[in-house]
Design a protein around this ligand. Structure first.
Ligand SMILES: [Mg+2]
Length: 277
C-alpha cells in the first residue's frame, strides 16, 4: 500500500470510529449472523516475553464459548501458533482453528486439513537457524513442524541481523517457502497459505458459510485476513496502533474482551432477535 493509501485508510478509520452505531471501543458489534474469526496473541491476550509464557484464563475460555454459541458455532481462532499449542492453551476447550498461518486447519466438525508437503525440506534447514539463535542471546527459535519462527522480542538490537539470516534460509529453501514478518518475529513458512486463505476456507464450510465474517487481529500477518474479509463484505478490526487495511479499531486485548462480551450479551438477550440487524 502506498503512503497516500495508508493515510487515506487512517483517515477513514478515524471517521469510522466516530460514526453512529459504534460502541465505546470503536468497532460495531457483530450482527446476529456473524462468523467470528479471532487472532490470539496481541488480540485476545497480551504479549509475553516468550510465546510459551502466556496464560489463558478460564474467563476468556468461557467468553469464547459464549461467542461460539451466539454464532451457531461459527467461531474460529486464526493464529501463527500450531493447533496443538492452541489446544494446550485453551484446554479443555477446543475451537475450530487455523494454525501456522493457515498451514494447518481444523474445521468446526473437527476435520483436520494440512498443507505441509514441504515439511521435511524445512526440517533440514532448521539446524542453521537453531545454531544462529543459540549464538545470539535473547533470540528464540520456535520449530513448529511446517514453519519456523525466530523471535527477537528479547533482542531487538539483533533484528536486522536476524532478518538477514532468515532471508538467507528462505532463499536456500527455494520455491515453496516465504518469509512472514510479525511483531518481533520472523517466520519461514510454506507459501500459498495465509490467514486470508484460512478464513476463505472456513467461509466455504458449515457453520460459517452464508454468515457475515468478522476478523479481529493486531499484526502484519493479520492484514492478509483483513484484505480477504474486506473483499467479501465482512467487518475487520485492528487491535492497537499502526497502519492497517482494517475498517475499525480497538485499543488492546482488554477492549476486545469487552467487545466480545457485549456481543455475546446482546446475542443472548431476550429481545436479541428484534435488535440484531
Ligand atoms: Mg497477533
Amino acid at each position: 500500500m502506498t503512503e497516500a493509501g495508508i493515510q487515506a485508510t487512517i483517515g477513514a478509520m478515524k471517521a469510522a470510529t466516530q460514526a453512529e452505531g459504534t460502541n465505546a471501543g470503536g468497532a460495531p458489534l457483530p450482527g446476529a449472523h456473524a462468523a467470528v474469526f479471532l487472532d490470539i496473541d496481541g488480540t485476545l491476550i497480551h504479549f509475553a516475553d516468550r510465546p510459551d509464557a502466556v496464560h489463558i484464563d478460564a474467563a476468556l475460555c468461557e467468553l469464547l464459548e459464549r461467542v461460539r454459541e451466539s454464532t451457531g458455532g461459527a467461531l474460529a481462532l486464526i493464529s501463527g501458533r500450531t493447533i496443538g499449542d492452541i489446544d494446550e492453551l485453551f484446554s479443555p476447550a477446543r475451537f475450530a482453528a487455523a494454525g501456522q498461518h493457515g498451514s494447518e486447519r481444523r474445521s468446526a466438525d473437527g476435520t483436520m486439513h494440512f498443507h505441509a508437503p514441504l515439511a521435511p525440506r524445512l526440517a533440514a534447514q532448521a539446524s542453521a537457524l537453531r545454531g544462529f539463535a543459540q549464538a545470539h542471546e535473547g533470540l528464540l527459535l520456535e520449530e513448529k513442524g511446517t514453519s519456523l519462527a525466530l523471535h527477537y522480542r528479547n533482542a531487538p538490537h539483533a533484528a536486522e541481523l536476524a532478518e538477514c539470516e532468515v532471508r538467507r534460509v528462505v532463499e536456500g529453501l527455494g520455491d515453496g517457502f516465504e518469509l512472514q514478518a510479525g511483531k518481533f518475529v520472523l517466520e519461514v513458512k510454506p507459501s500459498g497459505k495465509d490467514k486470508g486463505t484460512a478464513i476463505a476456507e472456513f467461509m466455504a464450510e458449515p457453520p460459517f458459510a452464508g454468515r457475515s465474517p468478522v476478523f479481529v487481529g493486531d499484526d502484519l500477518t493479520d492484514e492478509l485476513g483483513f484484505e480477504l474479509v474486506n473483499r467479501i463484505g465482512g467487518e475487520t478490526v485492528k487491535v492497537g496502533p499502526g497502519p492497517t487495511r482494517a475498517r475499525w479499531r480497538l485499543g488492546n486485548a482488554d477492549d476486545v474482551r469487552r467487545w466480545l462480551a457485549d456481543f455475546a450479551a446482546r446475542a443472548t438477550a431476550p429481545d436479541a432477535g428484534r435488535r440484531s440487524p
